[in-house]
Design a protein around this ligand. Structure first.
Ligand code: AMP
Length: 432
């Protein structure tokens, strides 16, 4: 399958080639023609699958031509709205819109919190083809009468599952009441939970259901390793691994903002160039840290979960979880920062005695048990950490047989090359 057969214009085929994309990903094969046909779409796509291009490419084509000169003075209109849960993701998506829409005269902007609102109001004043926004700032701007949705044609909800996790459901429901009923709506989510299904209801009209990655599957290109260590030696182990492996870039996850800040100091004391990205930092500091990481002037970026969704670094070789997340789905999102778009990556988790529960939950949702690899010189003092007995494991994990395939209703769900069915990927049975 080539990009040429998806219905994209010659200008966009040129743009795609300039990006170095030779073959469309599974989500792109399904989403691009569907969006071009102006259908509503509910896509279950794991991050790193190329989903952003899957919706932005056809959107810029539909909107191409831009605003007519007569329309421009009709200030504040937005023809397409993309809502993203985090600032980093909004900035990332806006970048894609900018890249793909550049040759098609698409006027776009991104608005999110942590930045002054006045320049954003000024940007909206002339009207836009595409606005990328986080929910809170969007509502603020609407309340200040900076936006007019009367001519809205397309609404996209990106990473809808994350929006639910972060408690944005009421904001989205409110935004929905402000938009024209007649519009095309696209929803993207990494999971297709009950919550997402009911969230989608009323927002989408007879959507085409596209599924390219099942819930919580982890990409095959990511090698996952668990190193049992004593809690108080985690920083020491991290420094050892960074120096030993000479990784050019490592994304490191911790649970709290405070842990992120103190880890940065300890890494710097060990002569490792590090910075952090979390909700307490100013938007300017977050952007600077991400930029430094992307251009490799910063070797280690320490992040909390909130920031993880928007981090897209080409060929990121390694992610390290210094702490295991409390929410097991966050593990999948964290490690999904590496092994993106088919490149390979390694995800390392440092596991200490107090984290049995988290590790079990992660293994349960992923559907397999990881080997524990002890690092010579850093053997844990609790020996059982490294060697859980088979009996324990059985009792704790249940057995990992796939759930029976439950037939799902959904219009237009044809076969696709990259799609995996629920049955083919061992999704864990509930523990006995
Ligand atoms: P996403 O899942 O949208 O966050 O995209 C993940 C990464 O894949 C981004 O860095 C994109 O630039 C890249 N990408 C998107 N489409 C393709 C493609 N067809 N071939 C290669 N890389 C792609």
């Amino acid at each position: 399958m080539s990009f040429g057969s998806l219905g994209l214009s010659d200008e966009l085929l040129k743009t795609v080639a300039e990006q170095g994309y030779t073959t469309p990903s599974s989500i792109q094969i399904e989403a691009i023609p569907a969006v071009l046909s102006q259908r509503d779409v509910m896509a279950v796509a794991h991050t790193g699958t190329g989903k952003t291009a899957g919706f932005t490419l056809p959107m810029v084509q539909l909107l191409s031509g831009g605003l007519s000169p007569e329309n421009s003075p009709e200030a504040k209109i937005v023809r397409a709205l993309i809502i993203a849960p985090t600032r980093e993701l909004a900035a990332q998506v806006a970048n894609s819109v900018q890249t793909y829409g550049h040759d098609l005269n698409i006027r776009s902007a991104a608005v999110f919190g942590g930045m002054r609102i006045e320049p954003q109001i000024a940007e909206l004043a002339g009207g836009l083809d595409i606005l990328v926004a986080t929910p809170g700032r969007l509502i603020d701007l609407y309340n200040q009468q900076a936006i007019n949705f009367d001519q809205l044609e397309i609404l996209v909800l990106d990473e809808a599952d994350r929006m639910l996790d972060l408690g944005f459901i009421d904001d989205i429901r409110h935004i929905q009441t402000l938009l024209p009923m007649k519009r095309q709506t696209l929803m993207f989510s990494a999971t297709f939970s009950k919550g997402i299904k009911s969230f989608a209801q009323g927002l989408l009209n007879d959507p085409l259901l596209i599924e390219v990655d099942i819930d919580n599957s982890t990409v095959d290109t990511i090698k996952q390793k668990i190193h049992p260590v004593d809690k108080e030696r985690k920083t020491e182990v991290l420094i050892h691994l960074i120096k030993q492996n000479k990784w050019p870039q490592v994304l490191v996850f911790v649970r709290t903002k405070r842990e992120a800040d103190s880890l940065v100091v300890e890494l710097q004391n060990a002569d490792i160039n590090a910075d952090s990205i979390h909700a307490n930092r100013t938007q300017h500091a977050r952007t600077r840290a991400l930029e430094g990481f992307k251009n490799e002037s910063i070797v280690v970026l320490v992040a909390t979960d909130i920031a993880s969704r928007g981090i897209d670094v080409n060929q990121l070789p390694c992610v390290v979880n210094v702490d295991l997340p409390f929410v097991p789905e966050d593990y999948v999102h964290r490690i999904g920062r590496t092994g993106r778009a088919g490149s390979s990556g390694v995800a390392i988790s440092l596991f200490s005695e107090d984290e049995y529960k988290q590790l079990h939950s992660i293994e349960r949702i992923i559907g397999r048990k990881f080997d524990r690899e002890v690092i010579p010189g850093f053997e844990p003092s609790v020996a059982a950490l490294a060697h859980p007995s088979a009996d324990d494991a059985d009792e704790e994990y249940g057995n990992f047989e796939p759930d029976p395939v439950s037939p799902r209703k959904g219009k237009g769900r044809g076969k696709s090359k990259g799609r995996r069915s629920r049955g083919s990927n061992s999704s864990p049975r509930k523990p006995r």
